[in-house]
Design a protein around this ligand. Structure first.
Ligand SMILES: [Zn+2]
Length: 456
């Protein structure tokens, strides 16, 4: 197994500059305006001999296609990243969100963590490979796309429809993983191989209207309230996916043979919380990851009556709930579970077709093994576990058409006592030492995967 020297200071500085330049291009979606960022990247990559093209799904909604040619012996590796960001209100921020200022060791700005950091690391990885010229057995394809924050239909979803030819790739590296999980004194980097699906629901209760002076138990608001109380803490039904079972087994193997045995027993019986405790998760850590083992429902909206008619019993009460389902579960499974918890006086339906199934890519795959190999060498003996993302990414456009997608933005743990602010948060910021670290690991993974160095 060979390991190259760290990338030179030139590239480590470059990746910080590229990230800061990208933050300064305001790609708030809507409207997006991603073409400006795509053009910046094309101008950066083209002089190094990388083929670039900008494809617009609509005016201003540009997608960069950049390709570094290999010999074609193997299928391309896809580096994917979205260029758009969510809105930021400058009045709420300590430093302006689109200026990429550096203060106290942080780079401040919208997109610093979601996900212009990964876009910058992918771009500089391409540059370093182009300039250093190792013999690549496959193309490195970089798609920096529009519209992820609004579902990706102008971005990777559009490319998957209009330019399916681009997506005949071995696998893709994406956002969604690469953070650290600390269990006792052990550190694991996550490699996202699965993500939860979305199934939003609307609950409607009907009951006789009437005068507020004559209460009854069957009025719409009460029927709805009783049904919602049945949700408890919102963890509706549990299942241990292949991804999380593999993660637990890997962690148990680092503890003891007894832990391995205990975890096997818990997995067979579907006892997720007990399995987590057996590998060393404490109560708070269990609480943080519990949602990865359940279909969940959070009631995020309620509507009934009118405060100006406080003496009138309304005939209809409605609740809106954000539901997240595990890979393998369907909208029908969730509706069935929810209806079973209500007493018939209530309709539970999918809200405005907001349903998309969860995703899972094979976790026993060459890319996952390679990531573990590079992390073991470069990250102080840290481990790698396949992991699930509770949110949703652009992977939903690729996994269903047969592209395995792995979320891996290797990000060092924050120094003790430091508080960050990540995706979509006010004061989103990234440690200054993070982009060079991400670049270093990502470049090594891409280089080995594309030169064919590891045994595949
Ligand atoms: Zn993102």
């Amino acid at each position: 197994m060979s390991s190259t020297a760290p990338l030179s200071e030139h590239y480590r500085r470059r990746v910080v500059d590229v990230l800061r330049d990208l933050i300064r291009v305001d790609t708030t979606n809507p409207p997006g305006n991603e073409t400006a960022a795509a053009r910046y990247l094309a101008d950066l990559l083209a002089p190094a001999g990388i083929e670039t093209e900008i494809l617009e799904a609509a005016p201003g909604r540009g997608n960069l296609v950049a390709r570094l040619r290999g010999t074609g012996e193997r299928k391309p590796l896809l580096l994917m990243g979205h260029l758009d960001v969510v809105a930021a209100n400058p009045k709420e921020w300590r430093h302006p969100p689109f200026a990429a200022e550096v203060h106290d060791g942080w780079i401040w700005g919208r997109g610093a963590t979601d996900m212009k950091n990964m876009v910058a690391a992918s771009a500089v990885t391409m540059l370093a490979l182009a300039e250093q010229g190792p013999r690549l057995k496959r193309d490195v394809l970089f798609l920096a796309t529009a519209d992820e924050e609004h579902g990706g239909r102008m971005g990777i979803g559009w490319l998957a429809r209009e330019r399916r030819d681009l997506l005949d790739v071995a696998c893709a590296l994406n956002e969604g993983g690469g953070d650290t999980v600390r269990v006792g004194d052990r550190v694991y980097y996550t490699c996202q191989t699965a993500e939860k699906g979305v199934c939003r629901t609307v609950w409607t209760a009907h009951g006789p209207g009437g005068h507020g002076a004559r209460p009854r138990a069957d009025i719409a608001t009460q029927v709805l309230a009783r049904a919602l109380a049945g949700l408890g803490d919102g963890h509706v039904q549990g299942k241990i996916t292949a991804t999380m079972a593999t993660a637990l087994r890997r962690m148990a193997a680092d503890v003891s043979p007894q832990a391995v045995e205990a975890v096997e027993g818990h997995l067979a019986a579907g006892r997720a919380e007990e399995a987590l405790r057996a590998v060393g998760f404490d109560a708070r850590a269990v609480e943080r990851v519990r949602a990865l083992f359940y279909d969940t429902v959070s009631v995020t909206g309620l509507r009934a009556g009118d405060p100006d008619s406080i003496n009138v019993i309304t005939a209809t009460a409605t609740a809106y709930a954000d539901g997240r389902i595990l890979p393998g579960q369907t909208d029908r499974d969730l509706l069935q579970a929810l209806r079973a918890r209500t007493n018939g006086n209530l309709e539970v339906e999918v809200y405005r077709q907001q349903y998309s199934p969860g995703l899972e890519s094979p976790s026993d795959a060459p890319m996952v093994r390679l990531i573990a190999e590079v992390v073991a060498e470069r990250c102080d003996g840290a481990g790698v576990v396949p992991w699930m993302c509770a949110g949703s990414t652009d992977a939903k456009h690729l996994v269903p058409i047969g592209v395995p997608v792995y979320g891996f933005v290797p990000t060092p743990a924050l120094p003790e006592g430091l508080e960050g602010a990540g995706a979509h948060a006010v004061d989103e910021r990234l440690r200054l030492e993070s982009p060079p670290y991400t670049l270093e690991i990502l470049h090594e993974v891409v280089r080995r995967f594309c030169t064919g160095e590891p045994s595949e």
